[in-house]
Design a protein around this ligand. Structure first.
Ligand SMILES: Cc1ncc(COP(=O)(O)O)c(C=O)c1O
Length: 415
């Protein structure tokens, strides 16, 4: 394709006149291609997909019913703009009841989002001037950092390591970065490590933010998917509302990824700024969807039900991977099992395959074992195994995990 004048008009932030010309293939595309190639070689084979980052089931029937009923109401038909009071009230009530967050003002301190991804892409406009640093954890969900860079902000990565329980080492941030840093983005339970934060860590974060004039954005997309105890909200930390906001979403916690609904809560000025920018970005989520999401936040037992399924699957998968030699430890929440990638695999007939990265292991697992995982090479070499695989029923669920164990059973991994 020869260059047109359009090519020269593309903004530098996405590559300018080089946009679209790179032949680099990114991680998720490599996984897709390897799956396609494996299927082409053996069309009848079953690929076990443990790489999926979203729930395997539909929203609960009563939620779908609620959506239908709300969609029939004429008053819900128009632009929702920044939303009515229904989701705001439900969100504040949810945070109080489920996470012990007291005293949130639903009118001023809560605002809906068209999913957390949308909120993370809008918020940098409220905070980032050219040259400002954003502190982002890696591996992680990069959306806020990507948009901060669109505004000529800079990203400083905070590695999440096993030695530090996958919590960032705030004391290791260089002084010259900290001096120009404005925002700290956190996400617990964490994608991809599955790690959870602790009240002590959040307390430290509040103190750190105050001392260094930082805004904290806690992305709580997996917040209520916990296997023991109560979900932990950053906003339950004393002083949290003075330094930041938290993003909740119906996507993972209520099997509603395609519905696109969540909320932003916390610091009044930040919520207001988010609302002003949002108002200039979208016209709000369909009120029927907002009201169905509000129903969910009033029924946290739905998430408990979903979490107990993931917990059961996690138990089985942890055992299966441990038998194959992986150091698999069940996380306290999320649906991700994050395990160190092997350095080599030795097959029964003695053939040895060496791996330089988790990406190579993941490609090998698809090609040789028809098992799909997501590799992460940002801070050590790890594989993310997701328990949101599709199974017809309980016995199919056991069969699938048994199949993983069986397929890995004739290999010796070296770590
Ligand atoms: C950490 C994290 N934050 C946010 C999102 C996006 O959530 P939503 O569907 O609410 O946009 C995801 C989705 O994978 C995620 O993993």
């Amino acid at each position: 394709m020869s260059d047109t004048y359009i090519q020269n008009l593309i903004a530098e932030r996405i590559g300018g006149n080089q946009y679209g010309k790179s032949h680099a293939i990114y991680k998720f595309e490599k996984i897709k291609r390897a799956k396609r190639a494996a299927m082409a070689l053996d069309p009848g084979a079953e690929i076990i997909d443990l790489g999926v980052g979203e729930p395997d089931e539909m929203a609960f029937p009563e939620v779908v019913e609620k959506l239908c009923a709300e969609a029939r109401k004429p008053e819900n038909r128009g632009y929702a703009d920044n939303g009515d009071g229904v989701l705001k009230q439900a969100a504040a009530h949810y945070l109080e009841r489920v996470c012990g967050v007291k005293g949130l003002n639903p009118e001023k301190e809560v605002m809906h989002s068209i999913g957390s991804k949308a909120a993370l892409s809008i918020l940098p406009a409220a905070l980032i001037n050219p040259g400002d640093y954003v502190l982002m954890t890696v591996p992680g969900y990069p959306v806020f950092g990507t948009h901060a860079q669109y505004y000529s902000g800079r990203v400083h990565n905070l590695p999440l390591t096993e030695e530090n329980q996958f919590l960032p080492d705030l004391d290791a941030i260089p002084a010259e970065v900290l001096g120009q840093a404005k925002v700290l983005v956190l996400n617990y339970p964490n994608n991809p490590t599955g790690a959870s934060a602790t009240p002590e860590f959040f307390k430290k974060v509040v103190e750190f933010a105050r001392k260094n004039n930082l805004v904290v954005i806690h992305d709580a997309a997996y917040a209520a998917l916990v296997f023991e105890g109560q979900p932990l909200s950053f906003l339950a930390t004393p002083g949290a509302k003075e330094v930041g906001i938290e993003l909740h979403s119906a996507s993972k916690t209520f099997n509603m990824t395609g519905w696109r609904c969540g909320f932003v809560a916390g610091n009044e000025l930040l919520v207001k700024a988010y609302g002003d920018l949002k108002d200039n970005t979208d016209s709000g989520q369909f009120l029927a969807i907002q009201h169905a999401a509000a129903y969910c936040f009033e029924h946290p037992e739905i998430t408990e039900n979903i979490a107990s399924k993931y917990s059961r699957r996690m138990n089985a998968l942890t055992v299966a991977l441990a038998k194959a030699g992986f150091k698999a430890k069940k996380p306290k929440g999320s649906f991700f099992l994050y395990v160190r990638a092997p350095k080599a695999a030795i097959s029964k007939d003695g053939e040895r395959t060496e791996f330089k990265s988790a990406e190579e292991v993941s490609q090998w697992l698809i090609t040789e074992k028809l098992i799909s995982t997501v590799p992460w090479d940002d801070a050590g070499h790890y594989l993310r195994w997701s328990v949101t695989f599709v199974a017809k029923n309980l016995s199919d669920e056991s069969r699938i995990v048994g199949e993983v164990e069986h397929r890995l059973g004739d290999v010796k991994f070296e770590f």
